[in-house]
Every structure is written in C-alpha cells, then in structure tokens.
Design a protein around this ligand. Structure first.
Ligand code: ADP
Ligand code: MG
Length: 240
C-alpha cells in the first residue's frame, strides 16, 4: 500500500528526513515513535503531500507521488489523516464536518453522505452528538469526530499524528479504543504515537526515528524487549 524509497527532505538548509525507506502492506499497522523534532510528523505529512519531498520516491497503492496534481488528488482520496489538534471546522456541526468532503470532493448525494456519516459516527460511538458544534464537545469526543470525518471518505489508509497527545488522560482510552477497533477491521494504519500499550496491542511493526532517520524497526515483541540500537534503548528508558 505504501512504498517509500530513499525519501529525503530539507527545510531550507536543514536536512529533516534522511533517506527513509518503508514498505507497508495492505492491512498492516505501523507505529512510529521517537523524540520530539525527529521528523515523525514531517514524514507522515509527506505521504499525503501536505509536505513536499525533494529526493526519493513515495508510492501509495501503485500511484507515484510527484508534482502531478492528478496523482496527488488520487492519493489524498485514499489517505485519511487525523491530527493532534483535531482540526474540525468550528462553525460547522459535527454532522456537517462529516459531510463536507464527501459532498464537495466526492460529489456524493447529500442523502447518501448523511447515511455514511451517521454510520461512522455510530462506529465512534457519538451519533447523538451529530447536531452539536465541536466547541460543545470534550477533546476525546472531538477527536472521535475527526476520526469519523476521515473515515467518511472511505480511505484505504489512515495516518494518525499523535492523536491522543492533546487529550486529558481520562479521554485517551476512548480514542485508543476506536483506533484499536479500526485496526481490527483491517485498515492499513500509520500511527505516530507514544502510547506504547497501543503499540504492543495493535502494531505489526514499531519504527523508531531520531534525527530524521529510521534508527530501528521491529515487531513490538522485539522492539520493547530487545531493542538493538543504543538510541532506541535510551528513548525507551525515558518513556517506559
Ligand atoms: P516530530 O513530529 O518528530 O516532533 P517534526 O516533523 O514536526 O518532528 O519536525 C522535525 C524538525 O523539522 C524539527 O526540528 C522542526 O523544528 C523542523 N520543522 C518542522 N516543520 C518545519 C517547517 N515548516 N519549516 C522549518 N522547519 C520545520
Ligand atoms: Mg510531530
């Protein structure tokens, strides 16, 4: 589903991503962790071209990401993204947030878009909030709306960028539970998170990034019990 070869990116002179390689199969769940500033967000933002890269290849479901707008649009249609700060439209109701892209981008008829939106709002267990505005919801509820909104486009891949980092502790579980259920449904997922319990339960592979490089990549069983790289060992000592 995702093939990344020799991905390099610079912000001006700053070499932020250094020759990253990654191959993700359909249905695989990958967790990316690493210290702040290591390039995790930049990496996953490159996959749906929220950031442009300068060297190397990214291919998503057989489509190469280059400057061709057709390809960029094709890839964005297949890739849903959930951010740390939810990024819901505050002036639209929960339901309207979920209808916007399907109606305006996908040209889905309104009636059908509503059915799909309600289906996903039920799946994230907040159908009763459909007519409220984001500001009336808790952080955990807003993040579940953001997940439902992304799912309404029926993506093949979901990218998560620290989806629980901005949440109060008591709300983290309700969001992780939704993500665990999504993983169980066979969704291909790339999650930047420091929720190591989630990584152990759900991830097929854990990737550790530091200084713009992929330092280590292993299944969670080996990653947590037998990390081979000193930088990984030091990081795990800090967070576990
Ligand atoms: P992480 O998500 O791992 O915390 P980021 O991908 O956000 O790391 O950032 C990696 C590095 O790139 C950091 O040093 C950050 O300051 C820098 N950076 C991120 N975005 C930009 C930008 N738009 N312009 C310049 N530098 C940036
Ligand atoms: Mg980040």
């Amino acid at each position: 589903m995702i093939q990344v070869n020799d991905l390099n990116k610079w912000f001006g002179e700053f070499h932020v991503l250094k020759s990253l390689n990654l191959s993700v199969k359909r249905g695989e769940r990958i967790v990316i962790c690493g210290p702040s500033g290591s390039g995790k967000s930049t990496f996953i933002r490159c996959i749906n071209h929220l950031e442009a890269h300068q060297r190397g290849q990214i291919e998503v479901d057989g489509v190469e990401l280059n400057e061709d707008l057709k390809n960029i649009e094709a890839i964005r249609r297949e890739v849903g993204m959930v951010f740390q700060h939810f990024n819901l439209f505050p002036h639209l109701s929960v339901l309207e947030n979920c209808l916007l892209a399907p109606i305006w981008v996908r040209k889905t008829p309104r009636k059908e878009a509503i059915d799909t939106a309600m289906h996903y709002l039920e799946r994230v267990r907040i159908p009763e909030q459909a007519d409220k505005y984001p500001g009336q919801l808790s952080g955990g509820q807003q993040q579940r709306v953001a997940i439902a909104r992304a799912l309404c486009m029926q993506p093949k891949i979901m990218l998560f960028d620290e989806p629980t980092s901005a949440l109060d502790p008591e709300m983290i579980k309700e969001v992780l539970d939704v993500m665990i259920e999504l993983a169980g449904s066979g969704m291909t997922m790339l999650c930047v998170t420091h929720e190591m319990g989630f990584a152990k339960t759900v991830a097929d592979r854990v990737i550790f990034m530091d200084g713009g490089e992929i330092v280590e990549e292993a299944p969670p069983s080996t990653f947590f019990s037998n990390p081979t790289q000193p930088r990984t060992q030091a990081f795990l000592k800090q967070i576990l």
